[in-house]
Design a protein around this ligand. Structure first.
Ligand SMILES: *Cc1c(COP(=O)(O)O)cnc(C)c1O
Length: 258
């Protein structure tokens, strides 16, 4: 049988080669700036917590043992700090992993996922990896435009990704606006609130999304330890309704968290 050159070797699925690979830490500082803390790459001027260093040293002698695949102790600790039910938490290899798992689980080829103009770069990569179509919504003054997002929803829309606060713009959406966004979405659309920088906000009109997740069926909140000094440890987590936890647990790798 004759083969065309394209068929003479394994070929990625349609669309994969259209993805632009992520360029880590891409940013520039204006000339004359003496010292830059590159938060986009999680550089923490204080370094990791001494307690985290100590814990890592302790565990180093057990590198031959698989971790607990359900990350039970970590989920319980997170649940205690935030007042959550540990059953509604999934830990992941950075929150990047959970964002990818959400795309993989809830997007099929031809589906649409809505992102904002200056959205965190990985959303588009995971949307395209799932064979779905990223729909990019213009921002207003570098802020997510809730009305424009709602106007872009079609019957094919399955996910809306919103980083709040957003990286790289540094802007955030007040929680009343997030509620308005949720209220305007059809119930089959998953609203992903990516609160990677939640620890950086001290504003009365900001909420990471815990209450909305707890009181609805189509909202998840993703969080990370990366921006608070543990980027290298690759630990993220998601707070989600039980039916979403159940679906993601079927897709994620069994020992995904180091
Ligand atoms: C840094 C970041 C993440 C993911 O970081 P992880 O290290 O994978 O946890 C996700 N979303 C936003 C907006 C970020 O800035």
């Amino acid at each position: 049988m004759s083969q065309t050159p394209d068929q003479a070797r394994p070929t990625p699925r349609a669309g994969i080669m259209d993805i632009d690979a992520y360029v880590p830490g891409k940013s520039t500082a204006p000339a004359g700036v003496a010292k830059v803390h590159k938060l986009s790459s999680n550089e923490n001027p204080l370094g990791p917590s001494p307690k985290a260093i100590e814990a890592a040293r302790e565990i180093a002698g057990k590198l031959d043992i698989y971790p607990d695949g359900t990350a039970r102790r970590l989920r319980e600790a997170i649940a205690e700090v935030h007042g959550l039910n540990p059953q509604n938490i999934i830990c992941s290899n950075g929150s990047d992993e959970i964002l990818g798992l959400l795309a993989q689980t809830y997007l099929a080829p031809g589906d649409e996922a809505v992102i904002t103009e200056h959205a965190f770069m990985v959303y588009k990569i995971y949307i395209q990896s799932a064979g779905a179509v990223p729909v990019t919504i213009k921002e207003r003054d570098e802020r997510a435009d809730i009305d424009a997002i709602l106007a872009a929803v079609t019957p094919r829309t399955k996910i809306v990704f919103l980083a709040n606060p957003n990286n790289p713009t540094g802007t955030y959406v007040p929680f009343q606006e997030v509620r308005r966004l949720h209220a305007g979405l059809p119930r089959h659309v998953l609203l992903v609130l990516d609160a990677a920088y939640a620890e950086y906000v001290r504003r009365n009109d900001y909420e990471a999304g815990i209450e909305l997740v707890g009181s609805t069926e189509n909202v998840v909140m993703t969080r990370t330890f990366s921006k608070i000094g543990l980027g290298g440890a690759r630990i993220g987590w998601m707070y989600a309704p039980m039916h979403i936890v159940d679906a993601i647990n079927r897709v994620r790798g069994p020992f995904n968290v180091n």
